[in-house]
Design a protein around this ligand. Structure first.
Ligand code: SF4
Length: 210
């Protein structure tokens, strides 16, 4: 499988924000979002071929309870990703960060122990996309949550039109960090207005770590 990097840090977003986590960043992505902050993992030169067993060997060296598989877009290497999930086993808490454009039904059935952190790409990303089957997977008892990154007031309007589809699914709303205080405040006002969502800022960017 194509790997960009394996590194330890704090989880910057989602339900496990702030928890020490080992990240396995897979190389390659099917989207090209305007605000992509990991473009090196999309088209850059840092790309290593490793087998699932070799990646698992690295994971064991670090010995973290929390392991996050991220990208790029991990589902671009679906078969290799499944191989990795099979060898990791159940003694760790595994989360998978995905851009939401792929149908995750099969993955959530095969690996119900994996927490899915599913982005819903808004128009501000320049790559609006979301596979609606993923809502059914989460509602059927799949573990995970939906995350919206907000780039503008228009994105907040877009999100307000989608929330009714999500029922009790946990929803995180994260303003694009580089846009600063103005957008943070607009996002806070939106979340405060009773939409059953939770605002987050990307912790790793506030601290200035990977
Ligand atoms: S989906 Fe993620 S990795 Fe892919 S281009 Fe968008 S922000 Fe970058």
């Amino acid at each position: 499988m194509k790997i960009h990097s394996i590194f330890s840090s704090l989880q910057g977003e989602g339900r496990f924000q702030g928890i020490p986590t080992l990240f396995v960043r897979l190389y390659g992505c099917n989207l090209r979002c305007s605000y992509c902050d990991v473009f090196d993992a999309v088209e850059g030169e840092s790309c290593f071929e490793m087998s699932a067993k070799e990646v698992f060997g690295k994971i064991k060296e670090y010995d973290f309870y929390d392991v996050c598989i991220t990208g790029g877009e991990p589902m671009c290497q679906k078969n290799e990703l499944y191989d990795l999930l099979r060898v990791i086993g159940k003694n760790r808490r595994i989360s998978l960060e995905t851009n939401g454009s792929f149908d995750l039904t099969e993955l959530s059935e095969l690996f119900p122990e994996v927490y899915l952190s599913i982005d819903w790409k808004t128009p501000g990303s320049g790559k609006e996309s979301f596979c609606l089957e993923n809502i059914a997977s989460l509602k059927k008892g799949g573990r995970g949550w939906i995350k919206f990154v907000v780039s503008s007031k228009e994105d907040l309007h877009y999100i307000s039109k989608k929330l009714h589809l999500l029922g009790d699914i946990e929803v995180f709303i994260s303003p694009e960090f580089e846009k600063g205080q103005g957008l943070f405040k607009k996002t806070a006002d939106f979340v405060k207005s009773g939409k059953n969502t939770r605002m987050q800022l990307q912790l790793h960017k506030i601290i200035g770590i990977d």
